[in-house]
Write a protein that binds this ligand. Structure first.
Ligand SMILES: C[S@+](CC[C@H](N)C(=O)[O-])C[C@H]1O[C@@H](n2cnc3c(N)ncnc32)[C@H](O)[C@@H]1O
Length: 342
């Protein structure tokens, strides 16, 4: 942990692969053995605390956030002072041994609370982009790095995408999106739900389960299979699985640097308004950012979601959109509690 506090803001890496050999399917990357996956996580400097799988993918709760492994896609999200981008090379290596070749990657993160505590290559976005450019193969020739601003220079969204232009992984359904929510300055009373009693004699799994029910996290998507974990003395992580869709929540409840994140795959046709409202009610943050990645963004789709958040006392302060070559559109919006201005 940084001397000043725990860095809640996650770094997120999504890598897609393709393979010419149909025999490797349907398991693909899920065939990577646990020891090899541990080597990937060792490079990042985190460990597995809990794991669950269904017929579509495997979900791991990590000491610092989460890992999702699909047959041809991997999503790693890590916080603290982990070195996430160091997972890229070993992942490409282990996938190659299964006959899989990288065809695209996406790296995203918010603005760190404690940027000076980050080790290389996370010392700056420039260093991260240089590291990615040097690590990914040259066939990923459609590349773009962007810092999407908000009204406050302390809150920006960093995005790097690269792909080969011929193996699109974007959904053909324009109504499907990935949503990444980052919340800071959580309501201190609600944040207490994510602290454990001293000497509670519970396991991280059983304490996690209690928090999931106590806070109403289980009501965000009642159909999801939840794998949850409560850290000692505080902190909480969960992964949800609903068919081939994942969701994930991570909470750093300590006062002074409190942070929570929520991420899921969603469809405009589902009740995303219910999801957003539940998430806001569980944490009541002073500041919140919502980043959505769409195949083809259409302003109308988003309007009613913003309205849902605004009825809960958060005001939209800024909204920017950027397009990434063969990697979709990203919308970055920031909100603050009405009583506060940034
Ligand atoms: C891993 S969780 C959630 C991470 C997520 N990115 C976030 O900050 O919301 C981090 C929280 O767990 C606490 N924690 C307790 N033990 C930990 C451990 N061994 N490793 C990582 N975090 C731990 C941290 O102090 C922090 O409150």
């Amino acid at each position: 942990m940084a001397v000043s506090g725990f860095e809640g803001f996650e770094k997120r890496l999504e890598i897609h692969f393709f393979g010419d050999d149909p025999a490797i399917f349907p398991l693909g990357l899920r065939k990577i053995d646990f020891e090899s996956m541990q080597q990937v996580l060792e490079a990042v400097q985190c460990t597995v605390v809990s794991a669950v799988g269904n017929s579509y993918f495997d979900a791991y709760v990590l000491s610092e956030s989460s890992l999702f492994v699909y047959p041809t896609k991997i999503i790693i999200k890590t916080c603290g002072t982990t070195q996430l981008l160091k997972s890229m090379q070993p992942m490409i290596h282990f996938a190659h041994h299964l006959g899989l070749t990288i065809c695209s990657c996406r790296y995203t993160r918010g603005s760190f609370i404690f940027p000076k505590a980050q080790p290389f290559p996370h010392t700056s976005f420039k260093d991260e982009v240089t590291y990615l450019e040097d690590t990914i193969p040259s066939n990923l020739c459609y590349r773009k790095a962007s810092i999407m601003p908000s009204k406050s220079c302390a809150h920006s969204w960093h995005v790097f995408t690269a792909n080969d232009g011929s193996h699109s992984h974007m959904s053909y359904d324009n109504d499907i999106f990935t949503i990444e929510i980052c919340m800071t300055e959580l309501d201190p009373i609600l944040a207490r739900n994510f602290f454990r009693q001293a000497h509670d004699a519970k396991t991280g799994d059983s304490a996690g389960k209690e928090i999931t029910v106590l806070t109403g996290i289980n009501e965000i998507n009642p159909n999801a299979l939840i794998c949850d974990f409560a850290f000692d003395p505080c902190g909480y992580s969960m992964n949800g699985m609903d068919g081939d869709w994942y969701s994930t929540i991570h909470v750093t409840p300590e006062d002074g640097f409190s942070y929570a994140s929520f991420e899921c795959v969603g469809s405009i046709n589902d009740d995303i308004v219910h999801v957003l409202r539940k998430v806001v009610q569980i944490f009541r943050p002073e500041t919140m950012s919502i980043s959505t990645t769409w195949n083809d963004y259409n302003n109308k789709k988003w309007t009613h979601m913003v309205k849902a958040v605004e009825t809960l006392g958060l005001k939209c302060k800024s909204s920017v959109m950027d397009q990434f070559p063969a990697a979709g559109d990203v919308v970055f919006q920031t909100f603050t509690a009405r009583r506060k201005s940034i």
